[in-house]
Design a protein around this ligand. Structure first.
Ligand SMILES: Cc1cc2nc3c(=O)[nH]c(=O)nc-3n(C[C@H](O)[C@H](O)[C@H](O)COP(=O)(O)OP(=O)(O)OC[C@H]3O[C@@H](n4cnc5c(N)ncnc54)[C@H](O)[C@@H]3O)c2cc1C
Length: 492
């Protein structure tokens, strides 16, 4: 009889862990509290407009290709566009820059638009490429908490480059030291938000994200971001994984230091191992009550949250692309507000994502589906109704000014999400999107491991554990879980 694995949560980290464990021969069941699969990677249709509700920037699509291949499916089982432009940037002085991907293009654009030295940009992007490839096998694709994972040949490559990572300076300090124009620095600093951190506090090491964003450029799945969770869900079902939606797990059962099953409101299920893909805080707070929680890890500062407006806009705006940023004038103040005073400024940086630029079916003819997001602090009980109304007014004023049109007139359908909703829909502590923030040089070491050191058979995947936030890292967490399970269950 095959061993049983239970996954709690059907986010991309849970789905991919399930697929990997089923390929190891486990009989896998995925429990999901919601009535839909995919966690934050889900989609909604309002009127004639389709919106991705959560993530919009998709890097490292090869991590999905890998799962497709693992399941023996043809490469076109999951299809995506490789975007030529990484993003369009709008500055408060009226300058607009379309940033194409690739070292050559980026260097030329930084030279023409911002007066940066061509070779300096090339050297920077090259350094990020090598930093990324050195760091990846040690800090991203392996457990930091199992000696044998990181103690191999890759560690030497990673250690040799130690002085080049910028561990002792912040991302902003690293960028200011290389580039002379504050606008170039602002573009690079922005990438700290890809895991919900502040560029004025996160280490320069995080600049490796610019390799993915600027050198390789984002991808966009055919059918929108939701195609990621749909693909994983299909792979899971075809591998015999069963789903139990609308069935939140309320407790993890254990005996003699070993996991033996889980309990929902309606039943108890036995198993050989559990992977928790839900927020690690709630795993301890709600499912392992009274069990010694790793307080120091759980008490780390949280990553930011977001306010998103989903607007069906009955007009096309040619100056906008798939990804667009309208920068705040005072970027540093914005991060102080997010992480210190935990409020919203009247001039936030605005991100507009429009899938209908490529996926024509996402909006009616002549219209566009706008996903308009601003970073927000975590929920500590602020007056969100008031902040939401103010933010909506502020961003409508700003976008209207930048595009020279009264945008509100064109909004045909509308919905929104905020830190309260993110918290209650996906059960993420205080609405934080990426678990702990990376606002310190040692943040990576204060993320929860992918396995429990105290309970045999308990594993963790998803953004709140190692290696961190974002779809690619959640997919990597599942790879690490697979490796740990193979070691613990002595599977070749
Ligand atoms: C607005 C927004 C924008 C984002 N933008 C990006 C982006 O551009 N690029 C990017 O890479 N990432 C982005 N992210 C983050 C990205 O969505 C996450 O990194 C990724 O989807 C998280 O996957 P996960 O595996 O951690 O699980 P989650 O998606 O968090 O799913 C966890 C699942 O567990 C379920 N669950 C919780 N408790 C229980 C329980 N007790 N029993 C059963 N089920 C339970 C929840 O219902 C949920 O479905 C964004 C997120 C948001 C909200």
């Amino acid at each position: 009889m095959s061993r049983k694995a239970i996954i709690i949560g059907s986010g991309v980290g849970g789905l991919s862990a399930g697929i990997r464990l089923s390929k190891l021969g486990f009989h896998v069941t995925i429990f999901e509290a919601n009535d839909f699969i995919g966690g934050k990677v889900n989609s909604r249709t309002i009127g004639s407009y389709r919106f991705d509700m959560g993530p919009s920037v998709f890097t490292e699509p090869h991590l999905i290709d890998e799962l497709v291949e693992l399941c023996g499916k043809p490469k076109d089982f999951f299809q995506y566009h490789r975007l030529d432009e990484s993003c369009r940037y709008f500055f408060s002085d009226g300058q607009q820059v379309i940033l194409k991907k690739g070292e050559e293009s980026v260097s030329k654009i930084f030279e023409q638009e911002f007066g940066e030295d061509l070779d300096t940009t090339k050297r920077f992007l090259n350094r990020m490429k090598y930093n990324y490839s050195a760091v990846y096998p040690v800090f991203i694709a392996a457990s930091l908490h199992r000696f044998r994972h990181w103690f191999n040949r890759s560690i030497w490559k990673a250690l040799v480059r130690l002085p080049k990572y910028g561990l002792l300076s912040t991302m902003n300090e690293s960028n200011v030291a290389v580039f002379k124009n504050p606008k170039t620095v602002q573009i690079l600093n922005r990438l700290a938000t890809y895991n919900g951190s502040s560029p004025y506090r996160t280490p320069g090491m995080l600049n490796i994200i610019s390799h993915l964003e600027l050198n390789e450029g984002p991808a966009m799945p055919l059918g929108g971001m939701v195609a990621i969770s749909q693909t994983l869900s299909k792979l899971a079902s075809e591998n015999g994984i069963s789903f139990k939606t609308n069935e939140p797990i309320i407790s993890i059962k254990h005996s003699n230091g070993k996991v033996v099953g889980v309990e929902s409101e309606s039943a108890t299920y036995s198993c050989d191992l559990v992977v928790s893909n839900m927020d690690v805080h709630f795993t301890y707070e709600k499912l392992l009550k009274g069990f010694g929680a790793p307080i120091k890890i759980l008490n780390q500062e949280k990553s930011s949250s977001a306010i998103v407006f989903y607007w069906g806009v009955k007009r096309k705006f040619n100056s906008l692309g798939v990804h667009n940023i309208l920068f705040a004038e005072n970027y540093q103040e914005e991060f102080k507000a997010l992480f210190e005073s935990k409020t919203m400024l009247s001039d936030p940086t605005i991100y507009i994502h429009i899938t209908s630029k490529i996926e024509k079916a996402d909006a009616p003819e002549g219209c566009e589906n706008w996903f308009v997001m601003v970073n927000a602090p975590i929920n500590i009980g602020q007056d969100w109704d008031k902040l939401l109304t103010q933010t909506r007014t502020n961003i409508l004023t700003k976008i209207s000014k930048y595009l020279n049109e009264n945008i509100e007139e064109y909004i045909e359908v509308e919905d929104y999400t905020d830190p309260r909703k993110i918290e209650s829909t996906y059960f993420g502590k205080q609405g934080s999107i990426y678990g702990n923030s990376s606002n310190s040089a040692f943040a990576a070491f204060y993320r929860h491991p992918n396995f429990s050191k105290k309970l045999k058979g308990l594993y963790f995947s998803g953004v709140t554990v190692h290696p961190g936030g974002g779809i690619p890292l959640a997919l990597n967490s599942a790879k690490i879980v697979e490796r740990c399970v193979k070691e613990d269950f002595q599977i070749n």
